[in-house]
Design a protein around this ligand. Structure first.
Ligand code: BMA
Length: 774
């Protein structure tokens, strides 16, 4: 048996006994369903769906209609259990805690058959004191309740007034009352995603045992003192002191590259204790600041903190510290009413260009480090500098933010509330408060996060009356809104993190929203704050339809994913635009029609005699349409940076909806592969459906290999608009794609994400251009 045991750095200098140990409970657990008819092994971290799949008890959940076929999984109540031996003599430990970094979501926890606690929030970290129940041989059980059933119960119990929406639109085929449970909101379905409200232990689980005292957390914030022109570091360490007497000692903080070392004397009284340290970096030392991608380096400094405490107890921690300032500037603009809304990083105004991030999979155990790295590397390769972690998903894993720090990606971090009103009864608020306090602590040391935002679109939902609330009832909901986002979340942010701004919602009017009592008459105003803008009816080639807003934090158009992506989750009878499958996967009302309508404004719609050809061509055309629309709109926002026209403009951010997909279905997701900092542009003299003289282009490619990169030497027999290169399911990135080929030859590079060969690429290679349809 492999012993998952880490003796922490806290060692007694003289004796042989460790002062703290961490024993991992990751790995194999047993899982069983409510009536005991199904028993199977399951991995932790993991979830029920993944366990069932790994045991061959279900197919791929994303295959065809399996989101509906497997609804029973989320409606059942599952139990996770494990037996294990405690590796050391229990009597040696003053305190033993069970630590759960993430439980999804509603569970009762039994340790040696004693109930030790409950969980109701997948975004919270739980610590339960098991000192009095732990034995040499132990059993642990997490009895889950279906989050769907729990949400229904909670909503039913909320009798004073309804908290809408009750259910998602029918087209989403989702579950109801997600706003009553602190779980990934899109796991009950979204307009681009399936309903898989799974259950499980989705993060680390371990036992921590210690004597004397234990360091629970350690966070830090670099703060720039403008008047003194120097950097300081505010460090906070939270201890659990189990010794009956005060514990004294010294702390030594060192950042060698900044020639900084400081020593502090501390004395910790018994109980939960917070130590606050203030480290000054001499202004004679040059501190290199952290910059967003494209604006400078992402310099970070290694820091160590050593606590030398009574009884020879030494605790050492290390971290990377980055120095940067961020300001949200809301000031009058000459020639335009309202206020600006832009970010200054290290004192410099920066245009935020990027996209919106959603969870990368319905089942987080499938989101690997490699996947995160590939996606985030693609973000910087495409010259973006910002991602918004959208409020309907999850607070991402640590690695996501570490990569954003490293790559220079600024993060707009929503709190996880989206497109709904929320209850504010005490139980709900307590759970949210614990979640928010924990997430601030976990995330605040990351320089990449430049703003906290209270929610996604809830101010708009309330003020634009999405849920048809009568005028007389509205004050109840406004009160709830202010209670949740202002009196609780904002208050916790202000107390816990002074190093970045907070806004209550997105979209919001910023300072104007505050002035109007935290809810604006029109949160989507072009004169204040940020806007979300969607218009599927107007012609997207006409830039006049776009808002000249201060900041566009969401906008976009749907497309279908490539045929090679769909092929894996469908069967032959699904391969037409009007198939049951094509309707089923579309979760946005009227989405398929809207795409064809928008494409039809400028392109001839495919009508081959071969139905499969028509399907593939239609998919291709929706992608061309999406690329053109997003390009036109993005370029409009970039242009609006330096203009005030009709009293509107000075746009300082464009984040399109959305970067990534959760499953293989139509959505707003796209990732453009372009290495140039600005686009090579062209002007079409007419819509392409009216173009004359286009003839079928025969495009060939000679593929060669140069190290890890593959070179595609293309040759065309005619002018070819929107040349799309496809290598099927081989993951990787082309240096350019979807381009206009006016020259006879062109060289494109392919960067594979996994090892592949020239012959594999040759076999999978497929090229399409608009002339194939015409
Ligand atoms: C906005 C987002 C998402 C949604 C998208 C597309 O409302 O915040 O809720 O998926 O538009 O409809």
């Amino acid at each position: 048996m492999r012993l998952h045991l880490i003796v922490l750095l806290a060692l007694c200098g003289t004796g042989t006994t460790a002062a703290a140990l961490s024993y991992s409970l990751r790995g194999n657990w047993s899982i069983c369903n409510g009536n005991g008819s199904l028993e199977l092994p399951g991995a932790v971290p993991g979830c029920v769906h993944s366990a069932l799949f790994q045991q061959g008890l279900i197919q791929d959940s994303y295959y065809r209609f399996n989101d509906l076929n497997y609804r029973w999984i989320s409606l059942d109540n599952w139990t996770y259990s494990k037996e294990f031996k405690f590796p050391f003599a229990i009597s040696k430990w003053q305190k033993v805690n069970l630590i759960l970094e993430g439980v999804d979501t509603i569970s009762k926890i039994l340790f040696n058959e004693v109930t030790i606690g409950e969980t109701d929030n997948m975004f919270n970290r739980y610590s339960f004191d098991i000192t009095n129940v732990v034995r040499d041989v132990n059993s642990i059980e997490l009895r889950f309740q279906s989050a769907v059933l729990y949400a229904a119960q909670q909503s039913k119990a909320h009798t004073r007034y309804p908290v809408p929406p009750d259910c998602p639109p029918l087209v989403q085929k989702g579950e109801c009352h997600v706003n009553f449970v602190r779980k990934e909101q899109c796991s009950f379905s979204w307009d681009w995603g399936p309903s898989f409200p799974t259950q499980g232990i989705w993060k680390d689980v371990r036992i921590e045992a210690y004597n004397i005292c234990h360091l629970n957390y350690f966070t830090f914030s670099p703060i720039y003192d403008k008047s003194a022109q120097e950097w300081n570091l505010e460090i906070e360490a939270t201890f659990d002191v189990v010794s009956s007497k005060p514990v004294g000692g010294q702390v030594i903080v060192a950042i060698p590259k900044l020639q900084t070392q400081q020593m502090y004397n501390i004395e910790l009284q018994p109980g939960k204790r917070i130590v606050e340290l203030f480290l000054n970096i001499s202004k004679n030392i040059t501190v290199e600041t952290w910059w967003p991608h494209g604006h400078g380096n992402q310099t970070g400094y290694n820091m160590t903190i050593l606590f030398e405490l009574d009884g020879g107890l030494n605790i050492e921690k290390s971290a990377k510290v980055y120095f940067r300032t961020v300001e949200l500037i809301e000031e009058p603009i000459k020639g335009s009413p309202g206020l600006s809304f832009y970010f200054k990083i290290n004192g410099f105004p920066i245009f935020l260009k990027g996209s919106n991030w959603i969870p990368a999979d319905s089942f987080q155990d499938r989101v690997t480090s490699e996947l995160l790295r590939l996606l985030l590397q693609s973000v910087v390769d495409a010259n973006m500098n910002t991602l918004r972690v959208w409020g309907g998903g999850i607070y991402e894993q640590d690695e996501f933010y570490e990569l954003c720090d490293e790559l220079g990606i600024m993060v707009w971090q929503d709190f996880m509330f989206a497109c709904a009103l929320y209850p504010t009864d005490q139980g709900f608020l307590d759970s949210v408060r614990a979640e928010v306090a924990y997430q601030i602590k976990r995330l605040k040391s990351h320089p990449s996060i430049i703003i906290w935002s209270g929610n996604n679109e809830n101010e708009e939902a309330l003020m634009m009356n999405w849920y048809h609330i009568s005028f007389t009832d509205r004050p109840i909901y406004i009160k709830d809104y202010v209670t949740l986002y202002v009196k609780n979340i904002r208050e916790l942010v202000l107390a816990g993190d002074k190093s970045r701004p907070f806004i209550t919602s997105s979209p919001t009017n910023g300072a104007e929203t505050v002035a109007e009592g935290w809810v604006s008459q029109n949160p989507n105003s072009n004169y204040f704050g940020d806007v979300h803008f969607y218009d599927y009816i107007s012609d997207c080639w006409n830039w006049k339809v776009f808002p000249k807003a201060r900041f566009a934090s969401e906008y976009g158009y749907q497309s279908w994913p490539s045929f090679s992506t769909l092929e894996k989750v469908s069967s032959t009878e699904d391969w037409s635009f009007s198939s049951k499958f094509s309707l089923h996967r579309q979760h946005h009302e009227g989405g398929n029609k809207q795409m064809l309508y928008q494409a039809g404004l400028h392109f001839k719609l495919p009508k081959s005699t071969d139905p499969l050809r028509t399907f593939k061509d239609t998919i291709y055309l929706t992608q061309v349409m999406q690329a053109q629309c997003v390009k036109t709109e993005t370029e409009f926002y970039r242009r609006s940076r330096s203009e005030i026209v009709d009293q509107q403009g000075h746009t300082m951010g464009a984040l399109y909806w959305q970067l990534n997909d959760i499953w293989q279905a139509p959505s707003w997701a796209s990732l453009a592969d372009h290495e140039l900092l600005c686009p090579t542009n062209y002007h079409f003299l007419s819509s392409l459906k009216e173009a004359v003289g286009l003839c079928k282009a025969q495009i060939t490619a000679i593929i060669s290999q140069q190290g890890d990169i593959f070179v595609f030497d293309l040759e065309t027999s005619a002018v070819a608009p929107f040349v799309w290169l496809d290598v099927g399911s081989i993951p990787g990135r082309f240096s350019d794609n979807g381009f206009l080929m006016t020259e006879k030859t062109r060289t494109i590079l392919f960067y594979p994400w996994e090892p592949t060969s020239k012959s594999e690429l040759e076999q999978s290679f497929h090229v399409t251009s608009l002339t194939d349809i015409y």
